[in-house]
Design a protein around this ligand. Structure first.
Ligand code: CO8
Length: 258
């Protein structure tokens, strides 16, 4: 696919993907979702890409779904647009490789939902977060009503969803919405370094941690523990054996051996 909105730079196994529609504060339109679907499918199969960082160009990470594109939709079209976006962020979340959001500026509405579809979030101290849909007489359509309370608890989620107010990076950190806040000039390097750190771990273990957490938060405790035991066992005799042997032999693990 010829990417117009998603700019990509791939170096040392990390793909830095920049949402680039700065004239509309990177608002998410149909083209964005087509490109993101294609990109996720491509990265799934690319052995040279070990981790992904997603950021935005200019003063916004992403300022929401494209209001100009949504304004005239019928109820059926609105639901369809919502389902397509949900499916895209679900496939991003299911990518077997780490995906880190580097939130450089406004992460609002659908933009915050994109960040929620990533594994964790690093923010610039200047970033702003919010779910302003109620200001427009809307509710979120890309699963914020589901992911947000699971991540930060129902009280914090309802605070953001019902007030529609923006919060700063320190408040987002306090709520657990982001996992790290750094100065703007350090943002991208911090996210890339974290991406490389995760990519240096056992790749099967990384994939299975993602799966256990992802499926675990959706189900009950006992089923989650059963899944964890099954996945835990699957690492013995292969990647886990290499990691544990390397520890005992006081050397770095060679994941290609497993
Ligand atoms: N959609 C379309 N255009 C946008 C959006 C957006 N979400 N956000 C900003 N823009 C455009 C502005 O219209 C403006 O365009 P122009 O220069 O042509 O007038 C340009 O970007 C720059 O924006 P501003 O001049 O407003 O910049 P400011 O720095 O003054 O303000 C803000 C920045 C505060 C971020 C402001 O732009 C704003 O409030 N934006 C809207 C934020 C918002 O409400 N986002 C939520 C949208 S709804 C949503 O995301 C629902 C998701 C689920 C959808 C489910 C599918 C149905």
């Amino acid at each position: 696919m010829n990417y117009e909105i998603l700019k990509q730079e791939i170096a040392d196994g990390v793909a830095v993907v920049t949402v680039s529609r700065p004239q509309a504060l990177n608002a998410l339109n149909t083209r964005f979702f087509q490109e993101m679907d294609s990109l996720v499918a491509e990265y799934r199969d690319r052995a040279d890409i070990k981790a992904v960082v997603i950021t935005g160009e200019g003063k916004a990470f992403v300022a929401g779904a494209d209001i100009a594109e949504m304004v005239d939709k019928t109820p059926e079209e609105g639901s369809r647009f919502s389902r397509l976006g949900q499916a895209t962020f679900r496939s991003l979340e299911r990518l077997d490789k780490p995906v880190i959001a580097a939130v450089n500026g406004f992460a609002l509405g659908g933009g915050l939902e994109l960040a929620l579809g990533c594994d964790f979030r690093v923010a610039s101290s200047k970033a702003k977060f919010g779910q302003p849909e109620v200001n427009l007489g809307l509710i979120p359509g890309y699963a914020a009503t589901q992911r947000l309370p699971r991540l930060i608890g129902p009280g914090n989620a309802l605070f953001l969803l019902l007030t529609g107010e923006m919060i700063g990076a320190d408040e987002a950190l306090r709520m657990g919405l982001v996992q790290k806040v750094v100065e703007p000039e350090a943002l991208l390097q911090t996210a890339v370094d974290l991406a490389k750190l995760v990519a240096s771990k056992g790749p099967k273990a990384v994939k299975l941690v993602k799966r256990a957490v992802r499926e675990g938060v959706l189900g009950d405790f006992e089923s989650g523990c059963a899944l964890e035991s099954e996945l835990f066992g699957s690492l013995f005799g292969n990647e886990g054996a290499e990691g544990m042997k390397a520890f005992l032999e006081k050397r770095k693990p060679d994941w290609s051996r497993s």
